[in-house]
Design a protein around this ligand. Sequence first.
Ligand SMILES: [Zn+2]
Length: 156
Amino acid sequence: MVSKAGAYLVRATRLLCPVCGKTPIFPRALTVRRLWDWFTPFDGCPRCGYAFEREPGYFLMAIWAINCGSGSLLGLITCLVLALNFELPLYMLLPAVLLPAAAFNVLFVRHSKAYFIALDHLLDPHERGGGDDRGNQALDPDPDPTQPCETATPVR
Ligand SMILES: [Zn+2]
């Protein structure tokens, strides 16, 4: 489990699919044309069929807990360092704290989602299957060893 977690962590840091570790989760930064593309992952991995967004609202925890939490922590540390080492007036302290934290949140949102996907895949592995729900089928935790392995349906 630890080696899996390490592999998923490395893949998420590189913004790659947690299952195969080869396909990017997001469009490359230089190819992004709209802000929406920056925030939105691909539907799934064409190699292994893993669905990056399992359901609507899937990334709510990634945004609120990981992204906003780390941005708030950065803002708090910045505020403490500036307040304790420099006697800045409030009108200078607020932008010095809020602007870097806001920029960090925009730049870190992809990694927040990738870390959430990796954590979710580590704790609750799913594969993409057919059907109207676009997959979201739990992997069989105890597959029959006499049966051949099933592969996930490729993403269309
Ligand atoms: Zn993959």
